[in-house]
Write a protein that binds this ligand. Structure first.
Ligand code: ATP
Length: 225
């Protein structure tokens, strides 16, 4: 695979992915997926983006500022990953289409923009705000999760009809509009729900989270029952 700096002229458009989520809290499933996504698609950067008030789920357990600060700790100095607070700074609900429109303005019409999401989030895509608008702004990359393997519901199959490509190169040939399913080599069956449950029960979360994140959670007493 070529690094971003080695690509030939004509392939020089920025390659940017956003991985949105609640990150309540960030765990190694998120971080390992982001690193592998960065590598598999030859991306310049993966913007990990905490949602302020996720439209389709309950209130997160800790404040947006705490989620962002744990995410920053978790990313540390990992090359190619950044914690992007823009959805926390916006008023009202966080819609991914608005965020992608902002990234598109920032990086230009030729940029290869990717919205990455896990299979569980993908299964609910047809219920999102303006799902067809997402494809006019970005490609979708669906990351397999070993604990989430259900079939696609009908409206979702319709929404993605004719968009699927088989390889990262085919996806990166255009700025937006495609769908790629990625089976990453180190798939991890880790969920924030399980991490919160363990913390509430006073059980160990070692090796589910980066150590710095675990330390901060325990010292601040976050997610206790
Ligand atoms: P919760 O258990 O609270 O629902 P979660 O672990 O699914 O949380 P989110 O913050 O909701 O984490 O996830 C953000 C994005 O990362 C989603 O697109 C989700 O599908 C994806 N994701 C979460 N965990 C994994 C994992 N272990 N492997 C791959 N993708 C993941």
């Amino acid at each position: 695979m070529k690094a971003a700096s080695e690509r030939a002229a004509g392939e020089s458009a920025p390659r940017i992915a956003m991985l949105g989520g609640t990150f309540d809290p960030v765990h190694l499933g998120h971080l390992r997926s982001a690193v592998e996504l960065h590598e598999a698609l030859g991306l310049d950067r993966v913007h990990m983006m905490p949602a302020a008030r996720p439209p389709l789920r309950g209130e997160p357990r800790i404040t947006p500022e705490e989620r962002l600060s744990l995410l920053r700790l978790g990313i540390g100095d990992t090359p190619g990953l950044i914690a992007d607070p823009r959805e926390l700074e916006r008023e009202g609900p966080s819609y991914s289409a608005d965020t992608l429109a902002e990234l598109r303005r920032e990086f230009g019409p030729e940029a290869r923009l990717v919205m990455a999401l896990g299979h569980d989030a993908f299964l609910r895509l047809a219920d999102w705000h303006a799902p067809e608008r997402l494809f006019s702004l970005a490609h979708l990359v669906v990351v397999d999760r070993p604990d989430h393997e259900a079939d696609l519901p009908g409206p979702l199959a319709e929404l993605i009809d004719g968009r699927e490509v088989e390889t990262p190169a085919a996806l990166m040939a255009s700025p937006a509009g495609g769908l790629l399913r990625l089976r990453l080599p180190s798939r991890m069956a880790i969920s924030a729900t399980e991490v919160r449950r363990r913390l509430a029960e006073g059980r160990s979360v070692r090796y589910l989270l980066p150590e710095a994140v675990e330390e901060r959670i325990l010292s601040a007493g976050l997610y206790r029952r």
